[in-house]
Design a protein around this ligand. Structure first.
Ligand code: HDL
Ligand code: ZN
Length: 418
């Protein structure tokens, strides 16, 4: 089949890749989901799907209700407003709207009825435990990494009480308040028994190290994570830089854990929108290169929010084997950019990348976020394998399955173990 890889052969290859991508379980390496032991912190069902902050932001483009009035409404009333604005008054063609419909459709519901009350009664019939398995099965997700913050007053007590873990929910230690709001965090650490002063004395640093070690062990964290603004630089003498260099990176080396950086989020550009009010900006990836070069014993898991940063990130990954690129984060998780990023990554860094994570906040979102991503990954991979076949190199079923497993979490697992 070299040279002229026939149209029929290409169609067979496309079907083969699509089947393998659909059948390969994914490891979802960043979500905001919770082990069922956290009770109501694990969001699921039609109303949580509708009040997802992506849809809140989009519905406010049509709603003239004051922000404060909206936030005082019940979740059901908020969902009613969003459903009417984004699904009834206008066709639900945005990625976040389409996602709700994909999820409902895959659950076997007839969205064409446009009947929100009947959708609600269907969800009322489910228990969380059973529904978790249903969603993971439909999404073909074998495990999800949570976003676990000791600074979250609702989450912390559950960890302190202890609970039997659901092994499908993996922990990741989120440390934004430590790096971004040090003065307040120093005070909180002191009240928790980690005596720190605002000045980053050696005593403070060792307290921070003890805090990180205690929580890493308590939750069995698989990596540490922080999201950073476009202005992030390293080193720049800031408290953030010093805490990274003197506490976080030594801790990660001691425990053999990656440090995950999510770069480019501009928090609260519109505070009235609450969680829906964050924006983005282009990051300075020279800071990342200095981290990777300066700390070759550390492992960096990185995703960036700006489309304009994606090529630089791929090139940085070509330079530093201690850098692992992951996911199409947040505002890049729309088909036109996912397709571009997926192709760019395969062409620039091959298979040593984790193409996607869901960032799901609502359990049922796993179904659409992975359905939409798998469609694109299969399409782009088919194109790349077709390019190979044109040289006479036709990938075998085993090779394709191996490659897809790598792209959907296998490469991440090896990177963490390296
Ligand atoms: O900081 C993060 O982890 C982001 O993913 C935010 O949680 C954001 O609100 C989000 O959910 N993006 O998908
Ligand atoms: Zn997230």
């Amino acid at each position: 089949m070299s040279g002229n890889f026939s149209a029929e052969a290409r169609a067979q290859l496309a079907a083969q890749v699509e089947r393998i991508v659909a059948a390969t379980p994914a490891r979802d390496i960043h979500t905001h989901l919770y082990d069922p032991a956290f009770g109501d912190l694990l969001l699921w069902g039609i109303d949580d799907l509708l009040v997802y902050h992506y849809l809140v932001a989009e519905s406010f483009r049509y709603l003239d209700i004051p922000y404060e009035k909206f936030w005082k409404l019940s979740k059901t009333a908020q969902a009613d407003l969003i459903w009417d604005a984004l699904f009834i008054q206008h066709s639900p063609i945005s990625e976040a709207c389409r996602g709700v419909l994909t999820t409902l459709h895959r659950l076997g519901l007839d969205v064409n009825k446009r009947d929100l009350p009947s959708l609600r009664s269907w969800f009322a019939g489910w228990q969380p435990e059973k529904y978790i398995s249903r969603c993971l099965e439909l999404a073909n997700v074998q495990s999800t990494c949570m976003t676990n913050s000791p600074f979250d007053d609702l989450e912390r007590p559950v960890w302190e009480r202890g609970f039997a873990r659901d092994e499908r929910f993996i922990a990741a230690l989120r440390i934004d308040p430590l790096l971004l709001t040090w003065p307040e965090t120093a005070h909180r650490l002191t009240t928790w028994g980690y005596a720190t002063d605002e000045a980053l004395s050696d005593k403070s640093i060792s307290s921070v190290r003890r805090f990180l070690a205690d929580w890493t062990r308590r939750i069995d964290a698989k990596y540490l994570m922080v999201s950073l603004p476009p202005q992030f630089d390293f080193p720049d003498g800031s408290v953030c830089s010093q805490l990274i260099e003197r506490a976080v990176l030594p801790h990660c080396r001691e425990f053999g854990l990656p440090f995950a950086l999510m770069l480019g989020v501009q928090r609260a550009v519109n505070p009235g929108l609450a969680m829906a009010g964050d924006g983005m900006g282009r990051s300075n990836l020279a800071a990342l290169e200095r981290l990777c070069a300066g700390f070759p014993e550390n492992k960096f898991l990185v995703t960036v929010l700006s489309r304009e940063n994606q090529q630089e990130l791929c090139v940085a990954a070509r330079k530093f084997r201690n850098l692992h690129v992951f996911g199409c984060w947040w505002f890049t998780n729309v088909p036109m950019i996912v397709e571009e990023m997926t192709r760019m990554r395969l062409e620039l860094i091959g298979l040593s990348v984790t193409l996607q994570h869901s960032d799901a906040r609502v359990l049922d979102q796993l179904i659409y976020k992975w359905e939409h991503s798998r469609q694109i990954i299969a399409r782009v991979l088919t194109g790349k394998y077709t390019d190979l076949a044109a040289t006479g190199w036709v990938p075998t079923e085993t090779e394709i399955a191996r490659d897809v497993a790598d792209l959907l979490g296998g490469a991440f697992t090896r990177f963490c173990a390296s």
